[in-house]
Design a binder for this molecule. Structure first.
Ligand SMILES: C[S@@+](CC[C@H](N)C(=O)[O-])C[C@H]1O[C@@H](n2cnc3c(N)ncnc32)[C@H](O)[C@@H]1O
Length: 251
């Protein structure tokens, strides 16, 4: 089994594949000004098993294109959508987030929680903009420094894993330079990381290793996760995901 298949095996049973919470998604929906609008067309990009997709479907009058390149995640989302009778609002698409089939200016909103880093924040917000209608909404969460300075060990760790990590002011400047007008920003509270994401993963690591006979590859993935979790627990004052909500501007 290659590393991607192992990651899918470890994360597929999770309710979410990145830090987050239904209440956080609802807060971003409110900041985006979407409640009450009719017949919205929304893409949830890098949706995973669809924690945010389900909140969007429950909350809004919308058709949602749920996009992820892992078909197993999309199957779980489809099962969940059918269980809640939301299947008619959600269409899944096994696609790469940097080769999307939408028409230009066709979407009311692009949603993406904990996923844009896969193609880089600046690259992603620039590429996705064309698919938004004029005044369309972009709502993305992105790894963010919470302070202007921080311990060197933390800087070194995240610059090795995600060199685009930066402060909220720097991310907002990128949005402004890329043709967006910012509407809101908030950092994710720590329960989104610990209770909702890391604790469930920690509970699955033992069974994951057993399923893969303690293979070197599985042990390496477990070690990476343990290191990341330890960094979060030690340095959570200094970083989080930031949720950025912005409107396409054409001025
Ligand atoms: C960290 S997970 C976040 C999932 C979900 N949004 C959530 O918050 O639980 C990132 C997701 O992006 C997907 N992904 C990564 N690279 C991708 C790409 N190039 N195209 C499409 N999906 C991708 C992964 O399969 C994964 O489901």
């Amino acid at each position: 089994m290659d590393d991607l298949a192992l990651m899918v095996d470890l994360h597929g049973d999770g309710e979410r594949q990145s830090p987050g919470d239904d209440a956080v998604t609802r807060r971003a929906i409110a900041l985006a000004g979407l409640p009450g609008r009719k017949n919205l067309s929304i893409a949830d990009i890098g949706c995973g098993t669809g924690a945010s997709t389900m909140v969007l479907a429950r909350t809004l009058d919308a058709e949602i294109a749920a996009i992820d390149f892992v078909p197993e995640f999309l199957e779980t989302l489809e099962d969940n959508a059918h269980r809640e009778n939301l299947g008619q609002k959600i269409a899944t698409h096994p696609l790469a987030m940097d080769a999307l089939p939408f028409d230009d200016q066709s979407l009311d909103a692009i949603w993406s929680e904990g996923a844009i880093y896969n193609i880089g924040f600046e690259n992603g917000v620039r590429y996705w903009r064309r698919f938004l209608k004029p005044d369309g909404i972009l709502a993305v969460s992105e790894l963010t420094w919470l302070t202007a300075t921080r311990p060197d060990a933390l800087t070194e760790y995240w610059e090795r894993h995600y060199p685009e990590v930066d402060t909220a002011s720097a991310k907002i400047a990128i949005l402004e330079a890329s043709g967006y007008s910012p509407l809101g920003y908030f950092p994710l509270p720590s329960y989104c990381w610990l209770a909702n994401f890391y604790r469930p993963i920690e509970g699955r690591l033992g069974a994951f290793l057993e399923r893969h006979d303690n293979s070197d590859a599985a042990q390496a993935i477990v070690a990476e996760h343990r290191e990341e979790i330890a960094f979060y627990k030690r340095y959570s004052d200094y970083f989080s995901y930031g949720f950025y909500i912005a409107r396409r501007s054409d001025g």
